[in-house]
Design a protein around this ligand. Structure first.
Ligand SMILES: [Zn+2]
Length: 440
């Protein structure tokens, strides 16, 4: 079935400005893009934009823990380790595979309504997460969060095995799912386990999704407990040699490591809202992005955007992350030229897709995946929006409330409040029951 977006403004993070035209979607791909003055082709379904709708690429939430929707609101406004150890982990220990399934679906309702077409998830019971995403037709990059336990020496090994089995069953499934290995963080995975994980990743050609230097405390942990610097840690564990590594947060990573971090297999994920809410600090994003322009070299440090889990954000809203990223670094650097709207859009779309092994996703190009978001510009806050300034309107004035449709592989997964592949009422009911069960 073909869908025609007729007379819409088209914008992605690599365009200098939006263009007005038509997009024909067929067989899950963007079949053709025509200028507004060309006669649009026929299609089974036509979305008429009259120049007052925009089509942008679907957002890729590059770091989340989707089922943490079930622990949202617990232990608010506490320091990170206290929050994890006293509030989150004890409740998470009661989660069953079924709870995680419904919590993930609940997160998917939120994400799809806001234009997110793909999410990179680190959690456990990931078989059920894969099932939830795959059956709904949503794209996902999945890893099993691997942690060690001094009282249970086999735990990290079992989790790795579990993660590898997940990869065997799901990696590459119909182009919708990729699987990474998910060592949780340097302070929850001992060095020897970490090395085994990176070896397994290299051996199987898998990527790694990892929390790195979210809080300042981790710097002293590396120094005092592991006798390592961030750079020596990344090298000695083999993390920089895996097919690709995605380092979530990296708030305290020193931008002087740009040469190491500009390797094409490494992506940092900026989670500005979560880092602000947990008081973790502000990633020096500007320094990472500046690298390219400053010395004119080809080295670019890749940065994607993510929300982190719903209990530390508390939204799963990529519009919010784009806006916060664009505003925050202007303020911190006292410079309105830092982190442009287009940079924020590219980080929220293309960079996340690329980081997790999805080719031809995140831009609007002929032949690329039809993972698209339909944005309603026929609203007061878009008066004055045109081809030249659309990126700024989207990032600074827009919000997820402007999304009228979210399409993955050319299929609507969200359209004007409805979810064609999901039973919203059932999901809400089951998620409520799961929340009650884990908190009673
Ligand atoms: Zn996280």
């Amino acid at each position: 079935m073909a869908t025609l977006f007729k007379d819409v403004l088209i914008l992605d993070g690599a365009m200098e400005k939006a263009v007005r035209g038509h997009i024909l979607v067929s067989k899950g791909r963007i079949a053709s893009i025509l200028d507004a003055d060309q006669t649009p082709p026929t299609a089974d379904k036509i979305v008429s934009g009259h120049g007052r709708m925009a089509v942008i690429p679907g957002f890729v939430n590059a770091h989340t823990h989707a089922a943490m929707t079930l622990v949202r609101g617990l232990g608010e406004e506490a320091p990170l380790m206290e929050w994890l150890q006293k509030k989150v982990w004890p409740v998470e220990a009661r989660l069953t595979a079924d709870h995680i399934y419904w919590g993930t679906l609940s997160a998917m309702l939120e994400m799809l309504a806001g234009g997110t077409t793909c999410f990179a998830d680190m959690y456990f019971e990931m078989e059920r997460v894969a099932e939830a995403a795959f059956s709904a037709g949503m794209r996902a990059a999945l890893c099993r969060g691997i942690t060690a336990d001094p009282n249970d020496p086999g735990k990290a090994g079992r989790s790795l095995q579990n993660n590898l089995e997940l990869a065997e069953r799901w990696h590459g499934r119909e182009g919708l799912i990729t699987v990474q290995l998910g060592p949780h963080a340097p302070y929850t995975v001992p060095l020897n386990d970490m090395k085994k994980i990176t070896e397994a990743a290299i051996d199987r050609g898998l990527g790694i999704h990892f929390h790195f230097l979210e809080t300042e405390w981790e710097l002293s942990y590396l120094r005092d407990e592991l006798k390592a610097t961030p750079e020596s840690y990344l090298k000695d564990t083999g993390l920089i040699n895996v097919p690709y590594a995605v380092l979530a947060h990296a708030v305290w990573l020193d931008p002087r490591l740009a040469d190491t971090m500009s390797l094409s297999n490494i992506t940092l994920v900026h989670n500005p809202c979560s880092n602000l809410k947990l008081g973790s600090g502000v990633m020096p994003l500007n320094d990472w992005l500046e690298r390219d322009a400053a010395d004119g070299s080809a080295s670019v440090v890749r940065v994607a955007l993510g929300t982190d889990g719903a209990s530390s954000n508390n939204r799963l809203d990529m519009w919010e992350e784009m806006r916060t990223a664009a505003l925050l670094h202007k303020g911190v650097n006292r410079d309105p030229l830092r982190v442009t709207a287009l940079e924020a859009l590219r980080m929220a779309t293309y960079e996340g897709a690329r980081a997790f092994g999805f080719a031809q996703k995140g831009m609007i190009r002929e032949g690329w995946m039809a993972d698209l978001v339909l944005v309603d510009l026929d609203q007061p806050h878009y008066i004055g929006a045109d081809e030249e300034n659309l990126a700024a309107y989207i990032v600074y004035a827009g919000s997820s409330a402007d999304v009228r449709g979210t399409m993955v592989n050319g299929k609507w997964l969200y359209r004007r409040g409805d979810y064609p592949t999901l039973d919203r009422e059932e999901i809400l009911q089951k998620a409520r029951e799961a929340r009650a069960a884990i908190t009673k």
